[in-house]
Design a protein around this ligand. Sequence first.
Ligand SMILES: NC(=O)c1ccc[n+]([C@@H]2O[C@H](COP(=O)([O-])OP(=O)(O)OC[C@H]3O[C@@H](n4cnc5c(N)ncnc54)[C@H](O)[C@@H]3O)[C@@H](O)[C@H]2O)c1
Length: 102
Amino acid sequence: MTGSLPSCASKCDATNCGIDVILHFGDLNDANFLRLVIKEISPHELYNLAAQSNVGASWDDAEYTFNVNALGIVRLLEALRSCGLSQKTRIFQVIVIRNFRA
Ligand SMILES: NC(=O)c1ccc[n+]([C@@H]2O[C@H](COP(=O)([O-])OP(=O)(O)OC[C@H]3O[C@@H](n4cnc5c(N)ncnc54)[C@H](O)[C@@H]3O)[C@@H](O)[C@H]2O)c1
């Protein structure tokens, strides 16, 4: 794997919690970004809530919606596997069927 994380990573304070949170803004369709950020973070748990969640838009652009909502989790799993984290990281995936109703 080559390259480095984009400069959009930023650190912010989770107000009232006293916890530092580092935000990495990226696209679930960008497999290379996912590999880089997962390699850097090496998470114990990963929660995927990202989605194209607008039902109307999902009908207008079914291919994009499928790419984000269905293949996004595949890219995350592949990123975890390629970083050797398959046995370490627990992944939580939001599932919705409404977007794909005919
Ligand atoms: N809100 C609810 O009551 C509810 C109930 C059941 C299921 N869900 C499901 O949970 C998921 C999240 O729901 P929500 O209400 O938080 O939706 P939301 O639209 O508020 O949040 C989705 C987030 O995903 C991000 N996103 C979209 N495309 C992306 C991409 N390519 N890469 C990275 N991020 C991307 C958006 O910017 C947004 O921040 C959806 O799949 C939704 O269908 C939500």
